[in-house]
Ligand binder design. Structure first.
Ligand code: ADE
Length: 233
């Protein structure tokens, strides 16, 4: 599944930057780990039936714990005990991910734990997980798509990862625009389907353009996400 993230677009290029000749490693080192590779039985079992009955299967604690230990060992090497990584379990019960949360996470090593089936044995969560994150109030059939959303959003915050670092500063929610929504954008032609590009954008007056964009950000936020205007987050 993660090829969708690693093999495409600016995020894919940023994630593989370390492997590209002539490109400096951009401090992003992303790796996918499969718990099946850390099982000991010939069927590579990672799931089992829930105690107490009920539908579906659960992910077993042991293969996940072994995988997490292997990640820590791989990253930490001999200095294993000094390697710090936060384990984040992706689940609809978690804290809602937003730009502020991601910005704070940027300076940390993170192990994103993706559940499958009906979930994960609670004992693994109790023993290993530091935080639980959700990407919204809907249920996905596994944590992978949520993890990809998180990694995509994180990567674009890493300076230099996108080529044009300015574009991140103008993203919706960014601090540079005070957490507001982005303003509307226009490209050629000057007239499309009877609709003209706002004149100020053709004026060359950078001060006026900046002011217009600010106003438009405020208007967009007021109309589409009024909840953002009074938020102190
Ligand atoms: N796994 C399943 N649903 C999810 C969600 N909404 N957010 C994060 N992880 C999930």
């Amino acid at each position: 599944m993660f090829f969708a993230l690693t093999e495409h677009g600016v995020v894919g290029r940023a994630l593989s930057a370390g492997k590209l000749p002539g490109r400096a490693n951009s401090n992003i080192d992303f790796r996918v780990w499969n718990p099946r590779d850390f099982t000991e039985d010939k069927h590579k079992t990672v799931d089992d039936r829930p105690y107490g009955g009920g539908p579906g299967m659960l992910m077993m604690a042991k293969p996940l714990a072994t995988t997490i230990a292997a990640i820590r060992e791989f990253r930490g090497g001999f200095d294993n005990n000094n390697y710090r990584a936060k384990v984040v379990y992706l689940s609809p019960q978690g804290r809602k991910v937003n730009q502020t949360l991601l910005g704070a996470a940027l300076s940390e090593n993170i192990i994103l734990l993706c559940g499958r089936y009906e979930g994960v044995d609670q004992r693994l969560l109790d023993a290993e997980v530091d935080e639980e994150w959700s990407i919204g109030d809907y249920v996905l059939s596994g944590g992978e798509i949520a993890a990809m959303a998180v990694v995509d959003a994180l990567v674009r915050l890493v300076p230099g990862s996108l080529g044009n670092s300015e574009s991140v500063n103008q993203d919706s929610f960014s601090e540079q625009i005070d957490g507001l929504l982005d303003c509307p954008h226009y490209t050629r032609p000057e007239e499309y389907s009877g609709m003209a590009v706002p004149e100020v954008l053709l004026s060359g007056d950078h001060g006026a353009i900046e002011q217009w964009r600010r106003e438009q950000s405020l208007i967009a936020t007021e109309i589409k996400r009024p909840d953002l205007l009074n938020k102190k987050d």
